[in-house]
Structure formats: structure tokens, C-alpha cells
Design a protein around this ligand. Structure first.
Ligand SMILES: [Fe+2]
Length: 322
């Protein structure tokens, strides 16, 4: 008989049995401390709003002390204030503001997480290189860095550049397929500089697509970018709202990050009203009911993990719940 069996048989009641079970990595299902099932989605994460004006001021200030050698890390992560978290914006995605000064570049690397950039401020001379392909970064552009693609960024202009990064790193943390590699040469050679590329979505192209799109609600137009074949974890959607238009209440098992590039308005969620302006980011975690309303003509970029949930049969919304 093993020591464990002896200890089990020596127990005179459940209170003496539990420590023996725990030492042997068993939890008595009738005595566990936390729930494993609940009636509907419940996350500790909460809807949040971050102001670009604050981030921009902080990055400009930090730029005095965070030198060129750390240029690729001169960013501000927007974390959800859950105990122990200093990184995740929502459960699957992280967003960050980044600033690159004139003459700086972010060294080449690659990783399994997928990434995208939404350019907020850029002068001529700002570009990214993805797998050797040189692509300009212009304000309003969305640029993709699919997982495992080499990428580096350069500011050869004369003004500070600001953008928003969104990555699926938290999802990778949870599923654990993380691989990361620095480029041995620091920078990658440029092999092509095409006029158009499936990894770049220039704002004029987006504006044309939005103008031709159907109105999904009064005053609201949406266009989803064609990215799922190269970045299957995130749905990327541009949205315009006329002055006074509203999305109506949205609630789904997907998590959402929204980045504003034009206009002002309100983000209402969890009993709070957040007033946003161009450059701001706000986020709604899974199942958080939220409403976006524009005060003036607005353009908003939406990133969601809906494709992951749909692929697994876990996508539900308020009208279509189990
Ligand atoms: Fe990266």
C-alpha cells in the first residue's frame, strides 16, 4: 500500500481527506473553491477608454529618456485593470500607442502573434518592411504584420510618428504557441516596393469602399477588410457614423477594441459614458453590452476576435444566444 493510500485510509472525515487529496493534486469536485460553469459569459475585464491626448503627451515626454536603442519599445500598452494584468486590453488582444522619432527604426523581428498598425500621425519617410516588402505608412492606413512575417519600421522623415498597434498576443499567451526571433542582421533587406499590397489598406481605398457600402443602420456604414486569409484571428472593420448616428446596443461573446480616427462621440458600457475624440481607443470585453454614438461625423476602426469564436462554434450574441 502506498503512503497516499495509508493516509486516505487513516482519514476519519472529509476534512482530513482534503489535504491528502490536495497533496496528490486532486480536487474534490464537491468541495472546489471556484465555479467552473456559469449561466452566461462573465469576465473580470471591464469596458475601458484611453485618451490619445494623454498617450501622446506621455510618449513625447518619455521620448526625452527612452532612446533610439529602445525605439521599438517606446510604446504604451492599454491594459485592462484586472488584478495581476499589466498587458491585456481584452482577453485575446492587446493595443498600444507607439511613437518613433525621425531617424529611428524598429529592428526586424518575427513572432507567431499577428499584428496590425493603424497610423495616426505620419510625415513622408515613414515606412514598414514586411518580409522584404517596403510599404509606406500614411495617416489612416492599416498595415498588417501576419504571424511569422519579418517586420521592421523606419522613420526617415522629419516629424515624430504615432500609431496604434493591435496584436493577438494575449490569445497566444493563453494557447501558448509563442515563438519569437530577432533578425540576425538587425534590419532585413528590402526586396520589393510595390504600389499596392494585400498587407496595406490605404485610407483613400477605405473611404471609397465605405462610400459604396450599404447602410447597416441609419447613418452607420461598415466595411470589413479582406484580411482573414492572412490573419485569421482578428476581424478588422472600418465604420463611419453620421452626426447623431448610433450603433445600437451590441453584445456578443467576441471582444472588441475600437480606435477612432475622426470625430467625437460617446461609448456607453457598464453604466458609464466615455466621451471619445479622434485617436482615442476604447474596448469592450466579451459579452459587455455597449453602444457607440457619434456627436459629429465619425470614423472608427474595429478589431474583434469574432473569427476565433466563430471557428470554434463559440460565437453568440444577444439575439442569438444558446
Ligand atoms: Fe513585432
Amino acid at each position: 500500500m502506498t503512503t497516499t493510500e495509508t493516509d486516505i485510509q487513516a482519514a476519519t472525515g472529509l476534512d482530513e481527506l482534503y489535504p491528502v487529496l490536495s497533496r496528490n493534486r486532486f480536487t474534490a469536485g464537491w468541495n472546489k473553491k471556484s465555479r467552473s460553469l456559469w449561466p452566461e459569459p462573465a469576465t473580470a475585464m471591464t469596458p475601458q477608454h484611453w485618451r490619445y491626448a494623454d498617450a501622446r503627451a506621455a510618449l513625447a515626454q518619455a521620448g526625452r529618456w527612452i532612446g533610439t536603442d529602445l525605439a521599438e519599445r517606446r510604446n504604451l500598452l492599454m491594459f485592462n485593470p484586472v488584478k495581476g494584468n499589466e498587458y491585456d486590453t481584452v482577453n485575446t488582444l492587446v493595443a498600444a500607442y507607439q511613437m518613433i522619432k525621425p531617424g529611428e527604426y524598429a529592428r526586424a523581428h518575427r513572432h507567431t502573434p499577428n499584428a496590425l498598425r493603424l497610423i495616426l500621425e505620419a510625415g513622408p519617410g515613414l515606412f514598414t518592411v514586411v518580409n522584404g516588402v517596403k510599404l509606406p505608412m500614411v495617416a489612416g492606413d492599416v498595415l498588417l504584420t501576419p504571424g511569422r512575417a519579418w517586420h521592421s519600421h523606419f522613420n526617415e522623415g522629419d516629424s515624430d510618428a504615432y500609431w496604434i498597434d493591435v496584436l493577438d498576443v494575449p490569445l497566444v499567451h493563453r494557447l501558448e504557441p509563442m515563438f519569437f526571433e530577432e533578425h540576425a542582421d538587425g534590419v532585413q533587406p528590402v526586396t520589393e516596393a510595390p504600389q499596392t499590397h494585400p498587407f496595406r489598406f490605404p485610407m483613400p481605398q477605405t473611404e471609397a469602399a465605405l462610400a459604396q457600402s450599404t447602410v447597416v443602420r441609419p447613418g452607420v456604414r461598415r466595411v470589413q477588410l479582406d484580411t482573414l486569409s492572412v490573419m485569421p484571428t482578428m476581424a478588422l472593420t472600418w465604420m463611419t457614423l453620421d452626426a447623431g448616428a448610433t450603433t445600437g446596443e451590441q453584445q456578443s461573446t467576441a471582444s472588441h477594441i475600437y480606435a477612432v480616427t475622426k470625430g467625437h462621440g460617446r461609448f456607453e458600457a457598464a453604466g458609464c459614458v466615455h466621451n471619445w475624440a479622434a485617436g482615442d481607443v476604447f474596448a469592450a470585453p466579451s459579452w459587455a453590452a455597449h453602444t457607440i454614438t457619434a456627436d459629429d461625423e465619425a470614423r472608427i476602426f474595429e478589431i474583434s476576435d469574432a473569427p476565433v469564436l466563430r471557428a470554434l462554434g463559440f460565437y453568440f450574441d444577444a439575439e442569438n444566444r444558446p
